[in-house]
Design a protein around this ligand. Structure first.
Ligand code: HEC
Length: 233
C-alpha cells in the first residue's frame, strides 16, 4: 500500500470520527513530552481492545489520531514511512473500512449534497486530475470519466457547462433545475435524466459511493470551466 493511501487511512480516522460529532471529545493525554517516551506513550493509544463496541473503538482511535496530530504539530515531528505503515495497518485491523468509506461518500441524495456544496469551494485543477484518473477516488479506484466522455459514447467534455445552460436546462423535464443541480444529479444518479441521443444505463451509477464532498466539488469546478462553444449534442 502506498504512503499516500496509508496517510489517507489515518486521516480518515480523524475525519470520520469528526463527522459523527466527536470533534469536541477531550483528549485523554493533554501533556505529552516531545521525546521518545512521549511518542511511545502516544502510539500505545492506538491499541484499542477488541472487546469494546465499534463506536467506542472509533472514538478511541479518533482520540489517538488527534493526539498524534497535535504531537506532530507541537513537537515538529514528521512520522517516517515505516511508522505510517505500521499505524495504518494497525488501524485497518481495528475498523471496518467499508463502513468508513460509506461515511465519507456523498451518496445519492441530491438535495443534501447541494446544501453541503453551498459552503464549499471546488478546485478545478484537482477536478481535472480526478476526471482523468490521475488522482484516485476514496476507495483507491480510478474514475474513468475521460474514457467515455469523448462525444461518441457520451457527451464531450468540452462545452459541458455551455451545453448544460443553453441546451439541457431548456428542456421542460428539467424545469426548476439550475446547472449545479443538473451536474450533481448527472454524476450521482445518471439515470434520473438521460441525454437524448445517448444511451441510458451506460454511465456507472456508483460515483456517489466513490467521491467525497471535496472531490465532487472539485469535479464540478472542473466541469464549470468547460464553457467552450458547443459542438454536437
Ligand atoms: C461508461 C461510460 C461513462 C463513464 C465512465 C462516465 N460517464 Fe458520464 N455519461 C455517460 C453517458 C452515456 C452519458 C449520457 C447519457 C446519460 O445522460 O446518462 C453521460 C452523461 C454525463 C453528464 C451529463 C452531460 C451532458 O452533456 O448533459 C455528466 C455531467 C457526466 N456524465 C459526468 C461524468 C463524470 C464526472 C464521470 C466520472 C466521474 C462520468 N460522467 C463517467 C457515460 C459515462
Amino acid at each position: 500500500m502506498s504512503y499516500k493511501i496509508r496517510l489517507f487511512i489515518i486521516c480518515c480516522v480523524i475525519l470520520i470520527t469528526g463527522a459523527v460529532g466527536l470533534a469536541a471529545v477531550p483528549i485523554a493525554n493533554e501533556e505529552i513530552a516531545c521525546d521518545e517516551a512521549g511518542l511511545a506513550q502516544l502510539l500505545e493509544q492506538f491499541s484499542v481492545s477488541s472487546d469494546i463496541p465499534y463506536e467506542e473503538a472509533l472514538r478511541a482511535l479518533y482520540d489517538a489520531a488527534l493526539a498524534y496530530q497535535r504531537y506532530a504539530v507541537n513537537c515538529g515531528y514528521i512520522p517516517d514511512a515505516v511508522q505510517l505503515e505500521a499505524l495504518s495497518e494497525h488501524t485497518l485491523g481495528q475498523m471496518d473500512i467499508a463502513m468508513l468509506l460509506r461515511a465519507l461518500a456523498v451518496g445519492q441524495d441530491v438535495d443534501a449534497i447541494i446544501a453541503e456544496l453551498a459552503d464549499m469551494r471546488g478546485d478545478p485543477i484537482r477536478g481535472q486530475l480526478l476526471y482523468n484518473g490521475l488522482e484516485p477516488a476514496i476507495d483507491g479506484s480510478v474514475l474513468s470519466c475521460v474514457g467515455c466522455h469523448n462525444g461518441v459514447a457520451a457527451p464531450a467534455l468540452a462545452g459541458t457547462w455551455t451545453r448544460t445552460v443553453e441546451v439541457r436546462l431548456q428542456d421542460e423535464a428539467l424545469a426548476g433545475y439550475d446547472a449545479t443541480r443538473y451536474l450533481v444529479e448527472s454524476i450521482v444518479n445518471p439515470e434520473a435524466y438521460v441525454v437524448s441521443n445517448y444511451m441510458g444505463g451506460l454511465m456507472p451509477p456508483f460515483y456517489g459511493e466513490k467521491l467525497d464532498m471535496q472531490m465532487l466539488a472539485d469535479l464540478l469546478a472542473y466541469l464549470e470551466s468547460q464553457d467552450q462553444p458547443i459542438e454536437g449534442d
